[in-house]
Design a protein around this ligand. Structure first.
Ligand code: UDX
Length: 453
């Protein structure tokens, strides 16, 4: 099939590359000539495991092409996939100007039947707006050309997006047009595994499904984070509680990990947008409001622990920070807890030496005005030299089995604040280290209790 992808950002590139990989002819459009030039030269501006290879392979095979030419892009694909950003506007609602701009261009240049597919995360009712914009453009041209608008939200997770696209849990198609549904079924046929993963519904329900999924996942995390805070007060271990409840099939294991807060480009933005959507129809999502508040507080819990241990004035102290990205396997720092942690430590007078396997360049951009107090290490162990304590904000695999003796030797004070509970509390390596996790007794406290007993 001939597919145009409008917007060559994260979702657009992954979608375009994966659709080309199963044999479609794909043309990716972007308004940014520098981005398109880089892609044409075999480069890529985002970090996503496996994406690089799959783009190169399909460009070489001639199935994946890039352009800044809007007219050419609209004429090219029977399928027009809209994968542009929906950033929050001033009040937190999703800003639809790029989505509707793409719709306008489709209406302006289309010459034959199109299936217009909304892949961007968009509020309920957007498919109707997209349809109206295209129809208005066609009317302006006095052109009578058929088209259909389909909602097809993506559920890609950064870091495993290729896997998510190639082997989806479900494919949500919002449409009531049998012809469009047939085309979407054909498009996704190579990604259906043993059983049918297509869920066909009306476009409004499809649009809400995306927000509901992210809101549900964020709710689980915030709820676990609240239980973790309670655990600290009660002297219980949230990690044991997590295992105790996760084994209940109705609860399950995923998204039950307490930590120093969720971040990323989706959860915070989508929760804001869903709250606005609810307010606009006179609804109130009390639970979700609390989820958001709990997460804001959670991003500061590590700093609270640092202050409790070192006092409110951190002048003269240096903290090694492992993990800048909002989660492992990405260089994305959007809404990352590390941003809140670094800003607070610097405000309290501390110096920070940060390490991240992928996000240091991004951090330099984000914190460009803090050169003096904030520096970066090329290796996690080097970050520890002359530091007073270690703070872990992201659970990169390479942090999980460190040389604890080297940590003790390099840190001025053997203190670890673990924002992702990546160590086993009973690991012998932690002996001699003051260890503060999330929702569990600190290792020092536990040793005291053992001694008393
Ligand atoms: C999310 C959704 O999972 C995906 O379906 C949607 O398309 C986009 O938004 P992503 O933003 O890539 O994907 O990140 P995800 O892996 O979901 O993690 C989000 C945040 O939650 C991260 O900051 C992560 O550290 C945190 N998290 C996740 C927890 O704190 N605990 C958990 O148990 C799981």
């Amino acid at each position: 099939m001939k597919v145009t992808v409008i917007g060559s950002g994260y979702v657009g590139l992954v979608t375009g590359a994966c659709l080309a990989d199963v044999g479609n002819d794909v043309l990716c459009l972007d308004i940014d000539p520098a981005k398109i030039a880089l892609l044409e030269a075999g480069g890529i501006c985002i970090y996503e495991p496996g994406l690089d290879e799959i783009i190169k392979k399909n460009v070489a095979a001639g199935r994946l092409n890039f352009t800044t030419d809007v007219k050419r892009a609209v004429e090219f694909g029977t399928l027009q996939l809209i994968a542009v950003g929906t950033p929050p506007d001033e009040d937190g609602s999703a800003d639809l100007q790029y989505v509707l701009g793409a719709a306008r261009n489709i209406g302006k240049y289309m010459t034959d039947y199109k299936v217009v597919v909304d892949k961007s995360t968009v509020p309920v009712g957007t498919a109707t707006k997209v349809e109206a914009v295209i129809r208005a453009e066609l009317d302006r041209r006095s052109a009578d050309i058929e088209f259909s608008v389909v909602s097809n939200p993506e559920f890609l997770k950064e870091g495993v997006a290729i896997e998510d696209f190639m082997r989806p849990d479900r494919i949500v198609i919002g449409s009531d047009d049998p012809n469009a549904i047939h085309i979407m079924r054909t498009l996704y046929a190579p990604f259906q595994r043993k059983h049918d993963r297509l869920l066909i519904m009306d476009s409004r329900s499809a649009e809400l499904t995306k927000y509901a999924a992210n809101a549900m996942l964020a709710t689980r995390i915030s709820f676990m984070n609240e239980l973790a805070l309670l655990s600290e007060k009660l002297g219980t271990d949230i990690e044991l509680v997590r295992q105790g409840i996760g084994s209940d099939m109705r609860i399950g294991w995923h998204f039950l990990y307490p930590g120093c807060g969720y971040g990323g480009s989706c959860f915070p933005k989508d929760i804001q947008a869903l709250l606005r959507t609810a307010a606009a129809v006179g609804g109130e999502l009390k639970v979700l409001t609390a989820v958001e508040q709990a997460n804001e507080r959670q991003k500061s819990v590590l700093v609270d622990k640092v202050v409790a241990r070192f006092g409110p004035d951190l002048t003269g102290l240096t903290f090694a920070l492992w993990g800048l990205a909002f989660k492992p396997d990405t260089d994305d720092m959007r809404e990352a807890p590390s941003r809140v942690i670094i800003a607070a430590l610097l405000r309290l007078g501390a110096k920070v030496v940060a390490y991240d396997p992928a996000a240091i360049d991004e951090a330099r951009r984000v914190f460009s005005h803090h050169d003096g107090q904030l520096s970066y290490a090329a290796h996690p162990m080097v970050a520890l030299d002359d530091s007073d304590a270690l703070i872990i904000a992201t659970e990169w695999k390479e942090f999980r089995s460190p040389d604890f003796d080297a940590i003790k030797a390099r840190l001025r004070n053997p203190v670890i604040f673990d924002g992702r509970n990546i160590f086993d509390l009973h690991d012998d390596g932690l002996k001699g280290i003051e260890y503060f996790g999330i929702g569990r007794a600190s290792r020092a406290t536990e040793l005291t209790i053992e001694r008393v007993a």
